[in-house]
Ligand binder design. Structure first.
Ligand code: GLU
Length: 498
């Protein structure tokens, strides 16, 4: 998750982009950047750190450009560094893209484009976008984007611009949000409504598969067959602070309702096409000998992540048949645990900064064990210090009480257990297939439960739905135990642990 903004009109673009990014900072905040078309060239300024750091890098330069795109990043692929910050450009720096989402098949696209001579600078999935568009560009940005998106698997909301057509932004959306703000002689694009509210309340909410052409004089929406699409204007009546919470009263409610997307994102690219296998490229360094030799697993974490670990023990023991101990990280570090180099230690932390969990990680590594981190924050301290990292890709969690981070940690454990069990020869392919088929259903089931909250319902109804969705968290292991779909109806009154 991250924030993207775009502006095309008659006013200086930089202050509008910065203002928009500040209003979207709650969506992601490890790096920020922008690109403008200035005197026929693209000027890119991007930095790891907050928007304040980006403003410092701009150094008050009085840019005249009236068109630009900006990004505040929540990294999924590649650490938060200046180079990995968005925008990303093509080989010649003529074309730039900001992106929110995950391009699942980016490695294959990258290999193909590199073979054609494209030079990549970053570790991100996003960088394939400007190169892919460059590959197809012959003077018409919309046509090139249309051809480029046909290659993409995964989720995206992105904005592209080129110095060759400086009054034109192209926006595309699939499974990540994107909103157009309609002005007079100017138009705006943003991930979310708060960025638009100082300028306009008239918006187009883009749908999956939409591609929009945005110029100062108008906005046209097309489908992937390049057919123009009519869009009704959505007039926003919320105030800014409500809009930041997606219209919910609290961030916690917003995050509860984000669970279907978070669950989908955690599964993204990790199930094989035919659904019988788990693909965890991030764990590839654990070779067959090493996996065979795992004697014991220690799971250690704090708070909610500890509870995910308790479910993880159940899954790993049941499926992978490895004995598991679960410790609260603050205890683990002080009890001088009997860890050997043939033990695998799994640390779980949403933020990747939990001090006791980090200390436990160090303790485990000092004793020679391999450490796998399950975390939500790319480039966090725990991610940097662990041997291997499983990112949950749940997007920023702002509420203190964990919701979407917790359920995605459970998904991580299901995937990990099935993956390890497969490699240790613990079960037949058919068994894995049943479990994974059940797991694949969970995001839609979560959405189905949340849809039961009536539109416009107040807090009580939404909290009732939240109860159900928290139950789904506990029910993931039920999916595994049953090897079939979750049976929400008839079980909704029951609360299980976790
Ligand atoms: N996957 C992209 C990255 O890691 C975009 C992440 C985001 O949505 O902020 O750079």
């Amino acid at each position: 998750m991250c924030g993207i903004v775009g502006y095309v009109g008659a006013r200086p673009a930089v202050p509008i982009l910065i203002d928009g990014l500040r209003r979207l900072e709650y969506r992601g905040y490890d790096s920020a950047g922008l690109v403008i078309a200035e005197n026929g060239s693209l000027v890119v300024v991007k930095r790891a750190g907050t928007i304040g750091v980006l403003v410092g890098a701009l150094d008050g330069t009085p840019y005249n450009s009236t068109v630009g795109i900006g990004h505040t990043r929540w990294a999924t692929h590649g650490a938060p560094t200046d180079v990995n910050a968005h925008p990303h450009t093509d080989c010649g720096g003529h074309l730039a893209v900001v992106h929110n989402g995950i391009i699942e098949n980016y490695l294959a696209i990258k290999a193909w484009l590199a073979g054609l001579g494209h030079k990549f600078k970053s570790e991100t999935d996003t960088e394939v976008l400007p190169h892919l568009i460059e590959h197809y560009y012959d003077g018409d940005l919309r046509a090139a984007v249309l051809r480029a998106v046909k290659h993409l698997g995964g989720s995206y909301a992105f904005l592209a611009m080129t110095r060759h057509e400086p009054c034109r932004l192209i926006a595309a959306r699939q499974d990540s949000p994107l909103v157009i703000g309609l002005g007079k002689g100017e138009n705006f694009v943003a991930s979310d409504i708060p960025a638009l509210l100082p300028y306009t309340r008239d918006t187009y909410l883009l749908n999956d598969g939409d591609l929009a052409e945005v110029t100062p004089d108008g906005v046209q929406v097309f489908d992937l067959e390049d057919k123009p699409q009519a869009r009704e204007i959505f007039h926003v009546t919320w105030e800014a602070d409500q809009a930041e919470k997606g219209g919910y009263d609290h961030f916690m409610l917003k995050e509860i309702f984000e669970q279907p997307k978070a669950l989908r994102d955690t599964l993204r690219g990790r199930l094989s096409e035919e659904g019988a296998q788990v693909r965890l490229e991030e764990l590839a360094p654990l070779d067959a000998g090493c996996i065979e030799g795992i004697r014991r697993v220690f799971i250690t974490a704090c708070g909610t992540a500890y509870h995910a670990g308790v479910v993880g023990k159940y899954l790993l023991e049941k499926l992978a048949r490895i004995p598991v101990e679960v410790d609260i990280a603050s205890e683990f570090r002080y009890r001088n645990p009997l860890i050997t180099p043939s033990d695998l230690v799994i640390v779980v932390s949403q933020s990747g900064e939990t001090a006791d969990t980090r200390a436990a990680l160090r303790e485990a590594r000092a004793k020679g064990a391999r450490v796998v981190a399950i975390t939500n924050v790319v480039g966090s301290s725990i991610a940097r210090e662990a041997d291997l990292v499983f990112y949950t890709w749940a997007g920023p969690e702002i509420a203190v009480a964990s919701t979407k981070a917790y359920v995605t940690q459970l998904v991580a454990f299901v995937l990990l257990a099935v993956w390890l069990a497969g490699r240790r020869g613990e079960f037949a392919g058919a068994e894995a297939k049943d479990i994974l088929a059940a797991l694949r259903e969970v995001p839609a089931q979560a959405a189905a439960v949340l849809e039961q909250a009536p539109a416009g319902a107040g807090g009580a109804c939404r909290y009732a739905a939240a109860e159900h969705i928290l139950f789904i968290g506990g029910g993931l292991d039920y999916a595994v135990a049953m090897g079939g779909g979750l049976k929400l109806k008839g079980r909704s009154g029951e609360r299980r642990g976790g």
